[in-house]
Design a protein around this ligand. Structure first.
Ligand SMILES: *Cc1c(COP(=O)(O)O)cnc(C)c1O
Length: 220
């Protein structure tokens, strides 16, 4: 078996094992293969091995890489996992099937306008600044209810909440907090967990794990 397929099988098995411990159905967990920085030649073997959901963190990079790959494989879903500038909202709505980084009112407005114009509704996760880190993207916890209300009234389909816990700290309390916030605010999905912590995230209710280096190797 070639290496990407072996890594994919390993990640899937680890998701299934974590789900089993939490008495969850592994089918509730979507593996988003984060292919940022990796060229099409590295992505193709994962597609061949059956992976269908991919994540990118930059609109321009995704625009360069994905149209050709998707032409060959129309069933692929592409997720935006990185910060989004309002002036790229239209491009993002045209290209992505899901956006994980809705985090401020100005972006709600820009995405709502772009979706109206395109006649296409793209589900969005609201990114929460779960560790209250000033330099990080994400909406402040205190501002979350208002932002969700704005997104709802703008007609943006809400996929759930997303977070990236503070680097170097035990992530479990942050994942548990995100799950509680989703419960409190009545949204269903939880985009949480990366290569180093996706099993913990699955045990704490993740519906989407965003895994890059465990599938593709380290980024240069
Ligand atoms: C790069 C990235 C990931 C994947 O990170 P790995 O540690 O390589 O799995 C997940 N989420 C976001 C927002 C990212 O930017």
């Amino acid at each position: 078996m070639d290496q990407p397929a072996a890594l994919l099988e390993d990640v899937r098995a680890r998701i299934a094992a974590a789900a089993k411990i939490a008495r969850r159905d592994p089918a509730e967990v979507t593996l988003v293969a984060v292919s940022k920085t990796h060229p099409a030649e590295r992505i193709a073997p994962l597609i061949a091995a059956g992976q269908r959901v991919f994540g990118e963190n930059r609109v321009q990079e995704a625009q360069a890489k994905w149209p050709a790959l998707r032409e060959a494989h129309p069933a692929i879903a592409l997720h935006l996992v990185g910060q989004l500038q309002s002036n790229k909202a239209q491009d993002a709505v045209a290209l992505f099937d899901c956006i994980h980084s809705l985090d401020r009112p100005s972006l709600v407005a820009a995405l709502a306008r772009a979706m109206d114009k395109a006649g296409r509704r793209v589900p969005c996760f609201v990114q929460v600044d779960i560790g209250e880190e000033e330099q990080k993207g994400g909406c402040a916890i205190a501002a979350l209810p208002a932002l969700l209300a704005e997104a709802r009234s703008a007609g943006i389909p809400l996929a759930g909440l997303m977070c990236v816990p503070p680097l170097g700290l035990e992530p479990a309390p942050y994942f548990a907090l995100l799950a509680k916030l989703a419960d409190d605010t009545g949204v269903a999905g939880l985009s949480m967990g990366m290569s180093d912590d996706f099993e913990t995230a699955v045990m704490l209710g993740a519906t989407h794990v965003r895994v890059g280096s465990a599938l593709f190797g380290a980024r240069s």
